[in-house]
Ligand binder design. Sequence first.
Ligand code: IMP
Ligand code: MG
Length: 179
Amino acid sequence: MSEKIKIRDLSFVSLFSAEQVQTRVRELGAALTQQHGKNNPLFVSILSGAFVFAADLIRAFDGNCEVGFVKLASYSGTRSTGDVQTIMGLEKDLRGRHIIVVEDIVDTGRTLHFFLDHLRQQQPASLSTVAFLRKPDALEFPVLVEQVGFDIENRFVVGYGLDYDGWGRNLSGIFVLEP
Ligand code: IMP
Ligand code: MG
């Protein structure tokens, strides 16, 4: 039987257990090590949602690396609001660096589309993206994501950094809104 939880007014059921999440993150870390283990990459984590995933992913990465954070926002409640804002930027020189953008979830793709464009202008040596979750049916903006943890249905999820109006980020697994 799948675990059921309540966050404020909404009910969620388990989609991926903490063990499934950790197994997948180790696989993603190993793949990134293969690709960038010797490149001294800079991981750029998009706050707030990706902070939990990024914390595990960098420890599953075997090589020297740096970590930076940016804060972008386009979401309020359970629906996307439209525009993407940079609330906090990177204070690093990206020219010639191998950049790995770490995102919690790709929904419409708006956030990444905007942000990758912005990073590309700073002429990194390479630019790749890893997202823990992706909703292929929700995609509206063209974005290439090299590594994806799980493709999921177009339904609202919380946990592992993802929130419902600020709540649920501390859950170790992923939970999906009950229909
Ligand atoms: P996009 O710009 O439409 O791709 O949305 C990406 C951002 O919206 C993610 O970084 C999340 O913060 C948020 N988001 C999208 N889908 C969900 C969801 O199902 N639960 C929680 N946050 C979500
Ligand atoms: Mg986010």
